[in-house]
Design a protein around this ligand. Structure first.
Ligand code: ADP
Ligand code: MG
Length: 280
């Protein structure tokens, strides 16, 4: 039994199929990176894993149990932007969600529990490099620091699965490098299973133990929205797994070029012929 088992799911919005026949088995501790053309359903897939959306058919199970139909503490999520509370300081962004969860009526904790929540938040800020900014508001933070805060928030409830939706897409290259180091450290330390959508193929190769490409297997030029996407490539990144204690070695130039070409193309005729028939 795999840790996350996605079995033949399909999802449409209205008449438009977004995902179809998508199956996937992921083991505990994998770092799955996902790339694919804009609008092909990557965020939709993460929302299904989060439990924010339900598949129209098929099943998603975690350790054999069907996924809860709403976001739960076992799954954390970080979006590209705006996932922190703008009107709360860094420390309150970390303490308040814990307080509200533990005490929905008063929205705050008292005594030992309150102290514990603050201590946990302080430990997280330390780990994530935000201790010096505890009293600042998000608008007073750089983009990289805001994303650090969003990651800290996602880690608060010690999720087993971390979902990252282009979390570093808005950051400058230097800050991105720092975030790569941070997320790798967290991944190694916590042994979490990570799903990360990215636009950047090099980032996908660098961080992932496995890279998925989402694409349509059938393409109707008259009706581009006629078919949904699925996993068209599933590449184990062996070098990374073999070299788990060190730096990811990154893609070779031709691997990157091949995938970049794939992503900028509609589904190729070769793959259309090779694909199984869909949608009876
Ligand atoms: N809540 C929604 N209602 C209707 N259509 C949606 C909704 N969310 C996403 N879509 C559509 O579904 C498609 C896939 O969206 P999304 O998963 O965000 O793509 P990606 O993350 O790969 O760019 C897009 O065409 C988008 O417009
Ligand atoms: Mg998206």
């Amino acid at each position: 039994m795999s840790f996350v088992a996605v079995s033949n799911i399909a999802k449409r919005y209205g008449d438009a199929p977004i995902l179809e026949r998508l199956s996937l088995d992921v083991e505990k501790g994998e770092f799955v990176t996902i790339v694919g053309a804009s609008g092909c359903g990557k965020s939709t897939f993460l929302r299904l894993l989060l439990g924010q959306e339900r598949a129209d058919r098929g099943t998603i199970a975690i350790e054999g149990a069907p996924i809860a139909p709403e976001p739960g503490p076992d799954r954390g999520v970080v979006f590209q932007k705006y996932s922190v509370f703008p009107h709360l300081t860094v420390i309150d962004n970390l303490v308040l969600p814990a307080e509200i969860e533990a005490s929905p009526f008063f929205g705050r904790l008292f005594g030992g529990r309150r102290r514990k929540a603050r201590e946990e938040a302080e430990a997280l800020m330390e780990k994530i490099g935000l201790s010096h900014a505890a009293r600042r508001y998000p608008a007073q933070l750089s983009g990289g620091m805001q994303q650090r805060l969003a990651i800290a928030q996602a880690l608060l409830r010690k999720p087993r699965i971390l979902l990252l939706d282009e979390p570093f897409g808005a950051l400058d290259p230097g800050t991105r490098q720092d975030m790569h180091v941070l997320i790798e450290d967290i991944w190694r330390e916590t042994a979490m299973t990570i799903f990360m959508v990215t636009h950047d193929i090099k980032e996908a190769f660098k961080l992932g133990t496995r890279l998925l490409v989402f694409d349509k297997i059938r393409h109707d030029p008259q009706f581009p929205a006629a078919y949904g996407a699925t996993v068209t490539y599933d590449l184990p990144l062996h070098r990374k797994a073999a070299n788990a204690a060190g730096e990811g070695t990154g893609p070779s130039p031709h691997e990157t070029a091949d995938l970049e070409a794939t992503l900028s193309m509609p589904a190729s005729p070769r793959r259309e012929r090779a694909a199984p028939a869909i949608g009876q």
